[in-house]
Design a protein around this ligand. Structure first.
Ligand code: GLP
Length: 247
């Protein structure tokens, strides 16, 4: 695991965008795994800037998002589909048919999960997967006690996640209780993983993810077993890792 500590959120976002940009430049038809949440928003705006400056092009890029709320339509402002359009897809030259996000309105969830896994496989697998981390250590929507063997599946959100994600909704009652998420196994199959975290509330979780026991109780701890993970932190998220000088 490579740990990079950035001065602040802007530097973290620039470093993350540069890693994704270099993946895109080296392999213009890369398959990227994308994440939602507040953390990657700065990374997406840096990528949009690099695209506008003609440093990178998304014309042959294929994307797969980690997850989507179950029951939300693509036009719902709280859906991850809407989030991705707003923060990235509407501002770059990606082809519509190259964008993949689980269908939160699928009639047959089992088939939808199977279809999603097959699409990732058909695209040749994920070259670089971007991740955030939940306050309870989840990645995607793989909540504590998820099975490490899980592929894309329907998940029931933890009370903690519902509370944390309610900041994006009018009130807590509106937060969907379920989601479709890539599984831990899907994520672990990615060739490279880039995990971002900022803010003091992530510090203990980051410490445990890097130094703690590898256990489904802390889903992100499985990343200790992946051969190519880069973790980019701001000083606050890195503050429990005493070996680093905090800027
Ligand atoms: C959601 C997403 C995760 C994300 C997490 C953290 O639950 N499903 O992929 O990592 O939120 O969000 P934030 O970056 O806002 O802390």
């Amino acid at each position: 695991m490579r740990i990079v500590v950035a001065r602040d959120y802007l530097e973290l976002s620039k470093k993350a965008a540069n890693m994704l940009a270099s993946q895109i430049i080296l392999k213009p038809n890369s398959v990227l795994g994308l994440a939602t949440g507040a953390t990657p928003i700065g990374t997406y705006s840096e990528l949009v800037r690099l695209y506008k400056e003609e440093t990178i092009s998304f014309c042959d890029i294929i994307t797969f998002n980690l997850d989507e709320y179950y029951g939300l339509d693509v036009d719902n402002k709280q859906s991850y589909s809407y989030f991705m359009k707003e923060h990235l897809f509407h501002h770059i030259n990606i082809k519509k048919e190259n964008i993949h996000i689980p269908n939160g309105k699928a009639q047959d969830i089992f088939l939808e999960c199977k279809r999603y896994e097959a699409a990732i496989k058909d695209a040749g697998g994920i070259d670089m997967q971007l991740l955030g981390i939940g306050r309870n250590g989840h990645i995607g929507f793989n909540e504590p006690d998820v099975k490490f063997e899980a592929m894309t599946h329907l998940v029931t959100l933890d009370e903690d996640t519902i509370g944390a994600n309610s900041r994006f909704f009018k009130d807590k009652e509106q937060v969907p209780r379920q989601a479709i998420s890539m599984g831990i196994k899907t994520i672990m199959h990615s060739r490279k993983i880039l995990l971002l975290a900022n803010g003091i509330e992530k510090a203990d979780m980051i410490y445990e993810m890097i130094n703690g026991k590898i256990t489904p109780e802390l889903p992100a701890s499985v990343l200790q077993l992946h051969p190519d993970v880069t973790v980019i932190l701001d000083g606050n998220a890195a503050s429990a890792l005493k070996i680093y000088e905090i800027p």
